[in-house]
Design a protein around this ligand. Sequence first.
Ligand code: SF4
Length: 167
Amino acid sequence: MVGDAEPGIFVGKLKDILQYSVKDPLKYVINWGRIYSLWPVHLETACCSVEWGAVSGPRFDIERWGMLGAFGSLRQCDVLIVLGTVNRKMAPRVRMIYDQMPEPKYVIAIGACACSGGLYFDSYSVLPGVDTILPVDIYVTGCPPRPEQFIQGLVMLQNKILSSNIR
Ligand code: SF4
């Protein structure tokens, strides 16, 4: 049975597909491939990483959205996920990880600490947001954010990639 909401979602999705694919078919196909084969690097420094564990597990199953749960090599990854507090001593290493990833690459900041320093925003040793050293594409707020919020951030990133120019 189809519920009341599904036809509206289906029509909206179909409209998006037609809009993107008719205007620029090559761009659409390349970006469509990218959004369902996202390979992440996780930088897990604090409590938010527990939520990521839930997102990777069978209950939320991130792979059905088109992102791998975990991957080994930085040089094949295109999404840097920063989960937790980033201190100033760690910042050059975080930037080094980002620099080793190939283009096009994206950054998702998860949780108040990664987005803005969180509880430690005025600490001498903690960055007031990872965007002081990296270009962040999506901010997922919360302390910690729930797995559903993480998935919402992933969908927002996919929408951003789908409408982006090919580099
Ligand atoms: S945002 Fe909250 S849960 Fe996440 S790392 Fe910071 S203190 Fe921990």
